[in-house]
Design a protein around this ligand. Structure first.
Ligand SMILES: *[C@@H]1O[C@H](CO)[C@@H](O)[C@H](O)[C@H]1NC(C)=O
Ligand SMILES: *[C@@H]1O[C@H](CO)[C@@H](O)[C@H](O)[C@H]1NC(C)=O
Length: 347
């Protein structure tokens, strides 16, 4: 008899029926009220989803086109005008303009020779315990997105971003602290190139300098032609010999560089190449990323591509990068000390 009852209850558990009704004394069944998710939970989830939806190609294009505008209607309800945050290990973005540029200006878009773009953004991890704070993880799917190139519609790889968000009283993100792991591996797969290879590095430096000269012009120019720098000097800096390395030199296309590009390359040979897992540094990799941003906002980002890094592509010590700047990034006020920024306030 007892055994039968036990099996009965197990079956109920399995079927998900509220066993409390059966366990309570006869005549007074207690009902378990299943409440839906709180309104703020769904609101915050939708805000984060919408932020990421605009990274999907080609949704980011109208946003980037408005990068220099004070107000961008599409994302006005998603980000506070004073939004500020950090993306480890890319950098800190302390206003609306640079935050928007980070979120959308760096989203890959199909280019000649590389058809990769974000084609989906799914949120497998999310929780929000109060209107002010949520934590999430997004998986970006990167696929071929150009019908005229190979891999169209094929998944190339994925990218993960995880972290915390803070929302203002209108439900807009005003602070964020996010992290992208294994960006080095991601970049290698995305570009199909090993950035540890010295030839790849020289090619990357060359493309950086060509881009810097193409996008950063006039008042935004960073590398003025220096007559003392010519191909011969650059080759000797690179340890290449005009005669014995002729094939490599022509493969790299070094003979076609103009005076400004030669100057840029020669000067930037003083900088370490760096690694994509630590973009926030005085390196070539940091300048490659900021060159992407300079295409949509030269005034803001060209200085970062320049020789002194424009206070962005600079060495920023480990403790400062990760911890030391919380006060300024996440806004200290008397009633809301920064240390609590991503913790639900007491109710
Ligand atoms: C943004 O910051 C300025 C000054 O720092 C402040 O006056 C303004 O109220 C803030 N705006 C919002 C929407 O928080
Ligand atoms: C952000 O990082 C830069 C270095 O990249 C640093 O100079 C700056 O002080 C940091 N913090 C803020 C709040 O801007």
């Amino acid at each position: 008899m007892y055994r039968l009852q036990a099996i009965f209850i197990l079956l109920l558990l399995w079927s998900g029926l509220p066993i409390a009704v059966f366990a309570s004394p006869a005549g007074s069944p207690r009902h378990i009220v299943k409440r839906g998710k709180p309104e703020y939970y769904t609101r915050n989830f939708n805000t984060i989803s919408s932020i990421y939806k605009f990274t999907i190609f080609p949704n980011m294009q109208p946003i980037i086109a408005q990068a220099q505008n004070a107000n961008i209607p599409e994302v006005a309800e998603l980000f506070s005008p004073n939004v500020s945050g950090r993306i480890q290990d890319v950098g800190n973005f302390t206003n609306f303009r640079t935050s928007i540029e980070y979120f959308y200006g760096l989203a890959p878009q199909p280019r000649p020779g590389n058809p990769a773009a974000i084609t989906a953004a799914t949120i497998p991890q999310f929780v929000s315990g109060c209107p002010e704070v949520a934590t999430s993880t997004v998986y970006f799917t990167i696929s071929g997105a150009d019908p005229h190139q190979s891999k169209f519609g094929e998944v190339i790889t994925y990218l993960k971003q995880t972290g915390f968000w803070h929302f203002d009283s209108e439900g807009r993100v005003d602070y964020y602290d996010l992290y992208i792991p294994a960006l080095g591996d991601f970049t290698t797969i995305l570009n199909g190139a090993d950035f540890n290879d010295p030839t790849v590095q020289t090619l990357a430096r060359k493309q950086l300098c060509q881009g810097a000269q193409a996008f950063c012009t006039g008042a935004n120019a960073q590398y003025k032609p220096n007559l003392g720098i010519n191909l011969k000097k650059l080759l000797s800096q690179l340890g290449l010999n005009m005669l014995t390395d002729q094939k490599l030199i022509s493969t790299l296309g070094l003979t076609s560089l103009n005076a400004g590009e030669l100057t840029c390359m020669s000067r930037l040979l003083e900088k370490d190449f760096g690694i994509f897992d630590k973009l926030w540094s005085d390196t070539i990799v940091c300048r490659i990323v900021h060159l992407m941003l300079a295409q949509s906002d030269p005034e803001e980002h060209c200085p970062h591509v320049g020789f002194d890094g424009g206070m962005k592509c600079v060495e920023y010590p480990y403790e400062k990068r990760l911890f030391g700047d919380d006060d300024r990034l996440f806004g200290t006020t008397d009633q809301y000390p920064h240390i609590d920024r991503f913790i639900c306030p007491d109710v």
